[in-house]
Write a protein that binds this ligand. Sequence first.
Ligand SMILES: [Zn+2]
Length: 392
Amino acid sequence: MTEVGLFVVLFVALFIGWAMGRKSPAKKSKKDKNSVPTDYFRGLNHLLNDQHTEAIDAFVDSLEVNSDTFDIHLTLGNLFRKKGEIQKAINVHQNLLARPEISQREMRMVQLELASDFMSAGLLDRASRLLLNMASTARKSEFQAEILTLLVDLYEFEQSWDKAIQIGSELIKESPSKKEIKRLAHFHCEMANEMQKKEQWKPAVQHFKSALEVDPSCVRASIGAADVLNSQRRYRDAIKELKHAAEQDPEFISVIIPKLKDSYQRVWGSGGYIKFLEEQNQKKPTTALIMALVQHHMEVDKEYAEMFLVEQLRKHPTIRGFKELINLQLGDSQGHNQQHLAVLYELIGQLVEAKHKFQCRQCGFAGHQLHWQCPSCKNWGTVKPIHGLEGE
Ligand SMILES: [Zn+2]
């Protein structure tokens, strides 16, 4: 709906609200009951002049709070917050809270909105005090899941991972949604990374394990655990974790391959590593797998490496694959041919460099780095390596 359309609907809603509101208070005189408040006409005038904010202000003044107009006040407050006029949203919601006639249920609804206002205004202390107070007094109320969700949002924003884990665990007991389960697993991974930075390996591994207990599909936890195990020189255990990560989500194979190669080379040489690459390439060929295999074949038999690459490119053409093919040809060529190939190699190299490597499956945000939380839509675990002709 366009903004103008929204205001027309709001205007109709306000009129109905005013009409209903004027019926309820029995104490008012007959004259009061039948008159339209001047604030209402003031609002209408602002609306006609496209002064939307002033229009809402006037409408708020014209409406008295009662059970019939409660929802309209709540909607107006939210509208202010969405327009970025947080102080006005806070005023409307606090005005509602000050009314003795609102019920306990309505009071909690307003408090939830007020907590969102505080968070939007960056008043995180006030938001957390309000929400914690609600969580302790409104236990098992119908709003418990909403209260806990807002608290988790707040601790996530503050990057207070221990608190986010505590409340997030309560939340998935209360309302076990897929999104919250995924998010909680990533909070454990964030804690694990903090431990890792302090070289506290044991609690770091424990947090990665907790992440996997919460969400067995959390590929980040397996990759993270492998990194810690590598730091502890537990290469065999790291290999197990990395192979598990490839099973959890084969889309991350380009992230897994270099780590796996490193771990294998430290214990068993490249035999098991090549076997793993070949098995994975049989299941689902990707550029990263093909490139890793070409690299290996190059060390043993350059001619075979070239044949293998051409065969793979016929089945799965990728820009990075073509770049590698030119590189192989470059070594065998001379004179003008070599110069031309060198120019082509450089141009394709620039093209590959310019392409993003990772993309959010939720909002489409793309970048050169892997972010476990999308910088744009803030979802966890939605950014993955790009595949296909231009990707991995
Ligand atoms: Zn996103």
